[in-house]
Design a binder for this molecule. Structure first.
Ligand code: FES
Length: 109
C-alpha cells in the first residue's frame, strides 16, 4: 500500500525562522524552517496542551512560548525543562519544488 505522503507547501514558501500550520492526514503539525532546513513536527507541546506555533526557532530548536521549553526539530527531544517528553517528528521530502510530509510515520529519536 502506498504511504500517505501529502503535499504541504511549495519549496521556498517559508523563510528561515518561519513556521506554518499544516494538517496532513488530519494531524495538527508544524512545518518549520530552521536556517533553511525544513522540519515537520507536532504542533502541540508535550508539557501541556499548548501550540508551539507562536514559539520562535533558534539553532535547530523550537521554543514553547508558554513555559520556555525547547525541542530539537531533528529529534523532537526537549532540551530545556519543564517539558520532559519528546514531540513527534515526521518524514519530509522536497520534490519538484513541492514539500511533502508523511503523517503516518511519526518518530522521535
Ligand atoms: S506548555 Fe510548553 S513548556 Fe509548558
Amino acid at each position: 500500500m502506498k504511504a500517505p505522503w501529502e503535499k504541504v507547501a511549495e519549496d521556498g514558501e517559508l523563510a528561515p525562522g518561519q513556521v506554518k500550520r499544516i494538517t496532513p492526514g488530519g494531524r495538527r503539525l508544524l512545518l518549520c524552517n530552521a536556517d533553511g532546513k525544513l522540519y515537520a513536527v507536532d504542533e502541540m507541546c508535550s508539557h501541556e496542551d499548548y501550540s508551539l506555533f507562536l514559539g520562535c526557532i533558534q539553532e535547530g530548536k523550537i521554543k514553547c512560548s508558554l513555559h520556555g521549553s525547547y525541542f530539537d526539530l531533528e529529534t523532537g527531544q526537549p532540551t530545556v525543562e519543564p517539558a520532559s517528553e519528546p514531540i513527534c517528528t515526521y518524514p519530509l521530502r522536497v520534490s519538484d519544488g513541492e514539500v511533502w510530509v508523511n503523517p503516518d510515520q511519526p518518530g522521535s529519536n
